[in-house]
Design a protein around this ligand. Structure first.
Ligand code: OSB
Ligand code: MG
Length: 396
């Protein structure tokens, strides 16, 4: 059983607490790596099929004290889920964000993020640099991130996100394999042509297992199989309509018993607040790369706690670098539903961290207890996968 949404009166705001944290950070060097990783399977959603290789960007900050912190920007090759691309993220990192951070001393991670408070967007890039700064802070204080942020659990219940398959039989076989590994919630990617039949087949084959669907903006208000989906007893329908269609999302929510979950619509703190106030959803998927960092994610988490809105941590096929931060975040009290946290082996032939993590038979993943990056990054693997590098060193 998952804990119920915590009482906001007895839980201090995580964002305020984390933003006030003092840990001297003085980045002397920054490295940016554009990686190309072979995928072990294609990932298909309403946005189409992912390619056989995935680009992603990894940032390494090295403090004057010699302590290094790593962050990840899990960018997609094409701007379908969000507006950022590999090239725009690279440019934001090397041209805008890192030049204002390297060679400057900061009292804590929040002050690192204030250097870009006036810059719009660039959320993947901001998240990667903020993550690296938090890893340095955590290492310097010798306190794991989850504890720094006010974790209330040491294990995170996880579900799996199932790409669109060629046949229902193939889907049922994959679901069966993941359930045997312990995954406690099934989320099916849906799109017109792959929705009610697939979801009904899974509901029938695995009764009692929490089931949800993720439409990735693939429908219009008057064109979805809403009544049929509503009858399946789903935990949620994630992002049925366009991210900015908040009024239509609210109209749809009024027609359904099933809660709608905000993913693409939860693009910033203010937009998430607006969406909740409009009744555009009753659950929030919190993703640091989409929201532009850990602190913005904590602010949305605090909002959800205050408003008694269940939340969970979404993923973007991160390697163990990004997942290390997501796991620490998902240990906060407002994350009351299963998170998308599949281990990297389900996407990549090799993770960038060693040891990596995996699901345990009880359906949870352990929250990292190591200070700094949750899992030890293997620099040789990052270098081996790099197709482009950039660095700046104030000591050179
Ligand atoms: O909509 O949640 C999504 C991956 C990339 C972009 C968007 C989404 C996803 C997933 C993957 O569903 C979940 C995961 O990382 O485990
Ligand atoms: Mg989603």
């Amino acid at each position: 059983m998952l804990p119920s949404t915590a009482d906001p009166d007895v839980i201090p705001a995580r964002h305020e607490h984390a933003a006030a944290l003092e840990a001297a950070i003085w980045p002397a060097r920054a490295d940016v790596f554009m990686l190309s990783l072979p995928m072990v399977r294609t990932f298909r959603s309403a946005y189409g099929r992912s390619a056989g290789r995935k680009r992603l960007i990894v940032v390494r900050l090295e403090d004057r004290d010699g302590i290094a912190g790593w962050g990840e920007a899990p960018i997609a090759d094409r701007p379908r889920y969000g507006t950022d691309t590999a090239e725009s993220t690279w440019s934001a990192l090397t041209d805008l964000l890192l030049p204002s951070v390297v060679g400057v001393s900061f009292p804590g991670p929040a002050q690192v993020t204030s250097t870009w408070a006036d810059l719009m967007g660039q959320h993947y890039a901001k998240n990667a640099v903020e993550s690296a700064a938090w890893a340095i802070a955590s290492a310097k204080l010798d306190v794991p991130l989850a504890r720094l942020w006010g974790a209330v659990r040491d294990a995170v219940p996880v579900g799996e996100s199932f790409p669109i398959c060629d046949t229902p039989e193939q889907l049922l076989a994959e679901v069966d394999a993941r359930l045997r590994e312990g995954f406690g919630r099934i989320k099916l990617k849906i799109a017109p042509g792959w929705d009610v039949t697939a979801a009904a087949a899974v509901a029938e084959a695995f009764p009692g297992v929490p089931l949800s669907v993720d439409a990735n903006c693939g429908y219009a208000l008057d064109s979805g199989p809403w009544a049929e989906l509503d009858d399946l007893g789903l935990v949620m329908i994630e992002q049925p309509l366009a991210g900015d269609a908040l009024i239509e999302m609210s109209q749809l929510q009024q027609q359904l018993r099933t809660p709608l979950c905000l993913d693409e619509s939860a693009s910033t703190y203010n937009t998430t607040r607006t969406a909740l106030a409009l009744g555009a959803g009753r659950i929030v998927n919190i993703k640091p790369p989409r929201l532009g960092g850990l602190l913005p994610s904590m602010a949305v988490h605090d909002l959800c706690l205050r408003e008694q809105v269940p939340a969970w941590c979404g993923g973007m096929l991160e390697t163990g670098i990004g997942r290390g931060f997501n796991l620490a975040l998902a240990a906060l009290p407002g994350f009351t539903l299963h998170s998308d946290m599949s281990p990297a082996r389900l996407f990549y032939d090799q993770d960038l961290v060693e040891p990596t993590f995996d699901i345990r038979p009880d359906g949870t993943i352990a929250v990292p207890t190591q200070p700094g990056n949750g899992f030890p990054v293997v620099p040789e693997r990052v270098a081996a996968a790099a197709i482009r590098r950039w660095s700046t060193d104030t000591r050179a």
